[in-house]
Design a protein around this ligand. Structure first.
Ligand SMILES: Cc1cc2nc3c(=O)[nH]c(=O)nc-3n(C[C@H](O)[C@H](O)[C@H](O)COP(=O)(O)OP(=O)(O)OC[C@H]3O[C@@H](n4cnc5c(N)ncnc54)[C@H](O)[C@@H]3O)c2cc1C
Length: 432
């Protein structure tokens, strides 16, 4: 049986679900939107901790101010508020070197430099918002198994729950970094393996983080600790993203807890006191993956399928959300001008507008770990001076913060329009 939908989103991960919400908010009611996700999505009004989902997994995401704006527009921010830990400061340092810098939200008149949310809660909030909105047809669990160009659009074969054929004017490919659909469509990728893994886990400390995120560069790779909300009274936890060689990451993922805590304590130091406990440990191989094409007639490649970044600067998802906002705005303008949604010129217009942001963000994420890992004494000195310089030169520091928070990428959003301290719209919870 063949059915027709104006837009089909393949992949209901953090990007696909955000895309569905955003499109439903800006496109006319007459445009039919369908989301196909391979894994079972959280049930409506799930109680307690949401079940495992590969996109809404054990990681945490640092949301930038640009992401906050996107979620405010589609009324998801209020839903998320309960699960957000505001980043009030960022401490950047380099192990074994003199340079360090403290970036404080208050110095810019802002109440937060970003917000940390556990992916499980973010995913759950997005899916619940989709159920409430009731505008997007959700087919899950089911996979888009084949995509074939047909006429001005695409013909899709679905596998799973209800095996069927869908025709669509516009296929949005959001099936992740190892995108099977991208490969099937013959879209080439440029891949730059970093030869490193990210080891991710939640760690309990003796002292409270006071809303501080730590970025510590070591000769083996950066260690990032993101402040998390306490999950029980008196608990102080942070989300660890530790970049290591594949061999060391595998060892530390499997070793006894005390050995792991000792190794991390050696690398990070005692800024948050003694490390008491570590939760489940997960490893992710790191590479920069970029799709050589992002738009074709009737197709746009989005999220990790379009660009998968080094996590050191916490930019991948924030960039993907800015792509989502721009694509939705372009499609809304196209729809009101009577243009076909899959029109190549319309889709190229989206990419032209978003390309500079993508290039800037990818370069920033790509260069940062390399700069700090360099063993060359001259570059080492430059790095130390850069870190000290952040503190000495307010202009440089401001530029760094604008970039890290995504503000630099937002048209017409200078730092001064960032949320002011007087705007008490943080979260109701207390920082652990
Ligand atoms: C360790 C780590 C830390 C990070 N921290 C940050 C951070 O702090 N800030 C930030 O901005 N970014 C961060 N990122 C990046 C962020 O995680 C990614 O940008 C984000 O997960 C991309 O989501 P996605 O929906 O594109 O892909 P995915 O999460 O991979 O989702 C793809 C979805 O598609 C589904 N799927 C696959 N194939 C099909 C098919 N054929 N049909 C239907 N469905 C299909 C899958 O089941 C899955 O749900 C981090 C990344 C890592 C690795």
């Amino acid at each position: 049986m063949t059915a027709y939908r104006d837009i089909v989103i393949a992949g209901g991960g953090m990007v696909g679900a955000s895309l569905a919400l955003q499109l439903a908010a800006v496109l006319p009611q007459t445009v039919s939107i369908c989301l196909v996700e391979g894994f079972p999505l959280p049930a409506p009004l799930a109680q307690g901790k949401p079940e495992y989902h590969p996109s809404f997994d054990a990681r945490s995401t640092a949301l930038s101010y640009s992401s906050r704006l996107v979620y405010e527009k589609i009324q998801v921010w209020d839903e998320l508020r309960e699960w957000l830990c505001p980043i009030e400061s960022i401490h950047v340092s380099s192990r074994g070197h003199f340079g360090s810098s403290l970036l404080r939200a208050g110095d810019y008149g802002w109440s937060a430099l970003g917000y940390v949310v556990e992916n499980a809660w973010l995913g759950n909030a997005l899916v619940q918002a989709l159920y409430r909105q009731g505008r997007v047809e959700i087919i899950s669990p089911a996979r888009v198994a084949a995509a074939i160009p047909e006429g001005r659009g695409m013909k899709l074969r679905l596998e799973g729950g209800a095996e069927t054929v869908l025709e669509t004017a516009l296929l949005l490919v959001a099936d992740g970094a190892a995108s099977g659909l991208r490969e099937q469509l013959g879209v080439a990728v440029q891949e730059k393996p970093y030869g490193q893994h990210a080891l991710v886990a939640n760690v309990a400390f003796a002292q409270p983080h006071k809303g501080c995120a730590y970025e510590r560069f070591t000769d083996q790779g950066p260690v990032a600790l993101l402040p998390l909300l306490a999950s029980s009274p008196g608990e102080h936890r942070s989300g660890l993203v530790w970049t290591l060689s594949a061999r060391e990451a595998m060892h530390l993922q499997a070793c006894p807890e005390q050995e792991f805590l000792q190794a991390l304590q050696d690398r990070f130091g005692y800024r948050l006191g003694r490390m008491l406990q570590v939760g489940e440990r997960h490893c992710y191989p790191l590479s920069l993956v970029q799709s050589a094409e992002q738009v074709r007639q009737g197709v746009v490649v989005m999220g990790n399928a379009a660009h998968s970044l080094h996590p050191v600067a916490g930019q991948g998802f924030n960039l993907a959300l800015r792509d989502v906002a721009e694509l939705s705005a372009v499609l809304a303008r196209g729809a009101s001008a009577g243009q076909a949604l899959g029109d190549l010129a319309l889709l190229q217009g989206y990419l032209r507008r978003q390309q500079p942001d993508q290039d800037r963000t990818i370069q920033f994420s790509d260069r940062l770990p390399g700069l700090f890992m360099h063993s060359d004494p001259v570059l080492g000195l430059a790095r130390d001076l850069a870190l000290s310089g952040l503190d000495i030169l307010p202009g440089l520091k401001r530029a760094f913060v604008r970039h890290a928070t995504g503000v630099a990428a937002m048209a017409g959003a200078p730092g001064d329009t960032f949320e002011k301290t007087s705007d008490k719209t943080g979260t109701g919870r207390r920082n652990g």
